[in-house]
Design a protein around this ligand. Sequence first.
Ligand SMILES: [Zn+2]
Length: 152
Amino acid sequence: MATCEMCGRTGDIVTAEIESVDLKVCMTCAKHGTIKKRSVGSNPSLHSSRPPIKEVPEFSIVPHYAALIHAARESKKMTQEDFAKFLQEKENLVAKWEQGTLKPNLDTAKKIGKVLNINLIEKEEMSDSSPVRSKKQDEFTLGDFVKIRKRN
Ligand SMILES: [Zn+2]
């Protein structure tokens, strides 16, 4: 009998990804994560759950990443070399980040953030949305305005 790796219950066990770890868990615990496959029986409609809707908020590296990385690394008393090794990156890359001449990519920024306990990623301001909104207002013609006034 399979046992849930989270709560120890036995019974219908599925493989679920919970906090990016694959665990064999019961259906109740599986709700905390994403069910990958049922190890007992097979019901395609159950485990082929729709892929997570990719939200489009764009993430970008904070503008002051260079200073952040530099300060956080120093406070951890790591040399650029240590830090590079830790990240399995090239030392000259670290130097470039700290000089602000090269932006780490998002994945690397996440790694750096974890190691140094800082946040290098920000949600890009949807600055595009305001021009769109004002454009709509422009499309609101005088004719529309008159119609609304008549209706009132
Ligand atoms: Zn469980």
